[in-house]
Ligand binder design. Structure first.
Ligand SMILES: Nc1ncnc2c1ncn2[C@@H]1O[C@H](COP(=O)(O)OP(=O)(O)OP(=O)(O)O)[C@@H](O)[C@H]1O
Length: 353
């Protein structure tokens, strides 16, 4: 499995400059995350050959697509591209759109059409024309089409951004299945931390055209959770240990802590990445047994940040690093200080995945 290697310094006429040196995994989803204008689309366009760069290194699947000034032409790059809006041919049925890709597939071991149809759940849609499909269905056909071209890399630029929340939730399980199966690298641009934590093995965080952080979700979790300092959150990798259908809860092992999560669909052994907003974590000096809060985790105060609207507290907890946001009054009342031992409280309903 060879990595994607990129070294580029790309100044654009607008004054923006994308300058980075990065190696990305040769398989699975790599999330490209960053604020608007940080260079995510420009990076994908460079890889596809649509954004020329005078001198750069780009190596994909063991082959140089650019080495200095030598550059592989756009039409010679085995790339699959999925955009925000599914760009299907309107005059062709879903099957016709897939056939178009199958006829033009790059040489090598192309994915089985039947596997793609099953993985993306599109068997019943094949006779329909694009205008007869929902946005999410169109996007699933577009993803299958992009993969049937047998690309060496799949580029996905905010593929769910144009869908409403319900359609996003419909399509995510298909993408999760794909992430578990796919043998090529997928570079997945998104603004959504929830999509990242569900899909990405690796995350590249861009900021003003530079790599701000890169690593697994656990490694960049801190930077990710603090990407908007006004609304920080924590990401807690965990594994489902037991289901409790009568309570519609599952218990998960999260670092040294056992947490309760409001979800009845998960099976024991399933890895999950939990998200909790700092404002949903409260602090207590003792572990109350007479409260409705199910998750009470021993923690130590690591750091405190005085913000305009409250105190942001960084904790080392039994569940992992955790942010809590409390009022200045509560901080004063608890006489909060670095090194203080206390308990973090998280409602099961506030834990999402
Ligand atoms: N062809 C171009 N010529 C000049 N400047 C460009 C060009 N394309 C993009 N830019 C500029 O480069 C910067 C990065 O744009 P890019 O589209 O890569 O950002 P992004 O991170 O994908 O943003 P968003 O999340 O809003 O889609 C922006 O400031 C944009 O104005």
């Amino acid at each position: 499995m060879s990595q994607i290697e990129i070294e580029l310094d790309l100044p654009l006429s607008s004054g923006f400059r994308l300058a980075l040196s990065s190696q990305m995994p040769g398989q699975g989803f790599t999330g490209i995350f960053g604020p608007s204008g940080s260079g995510k689309t420009t990076l994908l366009r460079f890889i596809a050959g649509l954004q020329p760069c005078h001198s750069a290194i780009l190596k994909v699947a063991g082959q140089y697509w650019q080495q200095g000034k030598q550059c592989l032409a756009v039409h010679k790059r085995p790339v699959g591209y999925v955009f925000q809006e599914a760009s299907l041919f309107p005059h062709l049925s879903a099957q016709g759109n897939l056939d178009y890709a199958i006829k033009r597939a790059w040489p090598g071991k192309a994915p089985q059409v039947s596997d793609m149809i099953e993985l993306l759940g599109i068997g019943h849609l094949l006779k329909q024309f694009p205008h007869q499909l929902s946005g999410g269905e169109r996007q699933r056909i577009a993803i299958a089409r992009a993969l049937l071209i047998n690309p060496s890399v799949l580029l996905m630029d905010e593929p769910l951004a144009a869908l409403d929340e319900a359609r996003k939730q419909d399509i995510l399980p298909y993408l999760q299945a794909l992430a578990g199966e796919i043998a090529i690298p997928v570079l997945y641009v998104t603004h959504s931390v929830s999509e990242l934590s569900k899909l990405a093995d690796e995350v590249v965080m861009l900021h003003k055209g530079r790599v701000k952080a890169q690593g697994t979700i656990s490694e960049v979790g801190d930077a990710l959770g603090f990407s908007d300092p006004q609304h920080p959150f924590s990401i807690l990798p965990a594994q489902v240990s037991q289901t409790h259908p009568h309570w519609k809860l599952v218990s998960v092992q999260c670092h040294k802590a056992r947490l309760w999560l409001a979800d009845s669909a998960l099976k024991p052994g399933t890895p999950v990445r939990l998200q909790v907003q700092a404002r949903d974590v409260s602090l207590s000096l003792s572990a109350h047994q007479d409260s409705s809060i199910l998750n009470i985790v021993p923690a130590v105060v690591d750091n405190m940040l005085n913000q305009e609207d409250g105190m942001l507290v960084r904790l080392h907890s039994d569940a992992g690093p955790l942010w809590a946001k409390i009022s200045l009054r509560s901080a004063e009342h608890l006489q909060l200080h670095q090194g203080q031992r206390l308990h973090a409280q998280i409602k099961s309903m506030a834990l999402t995945r």
